[in-house]
Design a protein. Sequence first.
Length: 549
Amino acid sequence: MSDIFNNELFEAFAAASDNVYIYVCEMKTDISRWSKASVEYFGLEGEYLKNAANVWAEHIHPDDLSIYTEDIDAVFAGTKRSHDCQYRARNALGEYVWVECKGSVIRDAEGNPKIFAGLMTRIDGQSKYDSLTGLLTTLELHHFDFSAQSGIALLIGMDGFRKVVSNYGYNVGDELLIEFSRRVKDLCASGWKLFRFSGDEFLLLAFHAQEQQIVDFYRKVCHEIDAIELKNGKKIGISASAGGVLFPKDADSREELINKLEHSLEYAKNSKRGDLVFFSEEIAKKHERGLALREDLKQCIKNNFQGFELYFQPFVSPGTDIIAGCECLLRWKGEQIQDSYPMEFIKVLEDYGGIQEVGYWVMEQSMKQQVAWRSTYGELKVSFNVSYQQFMDDTFEERLVSYAEQYGVNPSYIIIELTESCQVDNPGELSALFDRLRSRGFRIALDDFGTAYASLEMLKCLHVDYIKVEHSFVRELSEPGHDIDYVIIDNLLEMCKRLGYDSIVEGVENRKVADIVGKMDATLLQGYYYSRPVCREEFEKLLDSGRNE
Ligand code: C2E
Ligand code: CA
């Protein structure tokens, strides 16, 4: 029997309370141990259970099962830090009681789940009101019969709340939640009900409301939260996204309503951040496609990354048009889905946590490729894309260094591009990592420079080697009326030079643009004019033709 089950701590915790139920699961064997109190109260077979997730799922109220499984899936996928949800569970008497279930995963050095441990608390009758905001909790939702009354439900989620907490701390986060909920509540018409849904999400039931009334209400909410003054005098502006569902027209049960609200909010956050989006067939289809993509991607990853491929887009030196290297861009064709473009499938990978595994595959393939080209084409600068989430993985540095050693790569030819720097919510930690990677010789690039609003801020706290100028400034440079783009790029490049950074200008689509940027002070150029991203064989033909000139 494994040590994790036999320690005194477990015994001590298990004995400490009779309405808190603790469990610990060893993931490798899928054997879990439950405290005596939980065995007795829930009528479990014994203290040790094999395949507890399925055994426990049998105890959960069918209407609440998806709340539990979705939360657990997100925790194991690494997209949610800890398991934390409320649902009804059947006890030994066959009654359903409300429990709050919390747990967390401990991972091994490879990032695989090793131990899952947590506790359940009975919350019957305890949490009608949320202790922080004083709003109703969602436990109260089961009093409503959504088939018998009409209205509109809104799920409102604050944008960037996590970033506020990491910048200013939990106290400021709490203050913001209280103030946010107060302002939203003040705007509600009489008879409407506002609930704290979870973390930074709020659920509104607007009985008898019309769509236009809700649109007006939402506009006022956005205006109200645009500048919230905190106790310390600091003003924080926050935006919110929202999903709306008409009941009973689009949902006539609590479960359906919550599902559709969550899908609509997810859609708003991804595609119309800061806006209100009502549930539609398009959203339902998008959600379905997201699930199908996720399944297909998981299957391909399991089959040794079958269907994944790297494409390469050249970096050329201005003036000479000589290929100095390339950016590695991911492509994928699934078993079922063959037409997914990178922005779509990478988002799905990021949402469920699969980007970590695929990202390491990209890292390994890019480095292997750099070395494979060395004898024929010399040292090429090879870049690959890494999101903030990937950088923050505990094993990132170790894997990078070990692949470099394994394949014999000279790190100074590897450029790691940080995509979507606006998502960085702990620049301090990232900056320390960048410094360590750079001291080992790796090169770092800040991608899409100029679009993400935080770019300039990022430049202040991160030391990098390259700035990649976003293609939206560059593409139409030669068209009339784009003088402003010229001024922006010219000044960005001047700034790079003065700060000692190299630069890569993306989006060079035609000869005219190539001529214009060629006269500026860029280190490297990239774009369809030189080549679209192409497969390895095609890229090698480009390299060959360059050599023969
Ligand atoms: P990105 O890093 O900004 O990549 C450049 C994108 O611009 C590529 O799209 C490329 O095809 C496109 N592009 C290149 N030259 C031109 C041009 O002259 N004009 C125009 N209009 N577009 C041009 P792609 O390959 O669809 O990749 C989209 C995004 O997907 C990438 O944007 C990157 O953020 C992400 N991505 C691709 N591969 C990976 C990967 O391995 N890991 C991660 N995390 N993200 C990746
Ligand atoms: Ca890139």
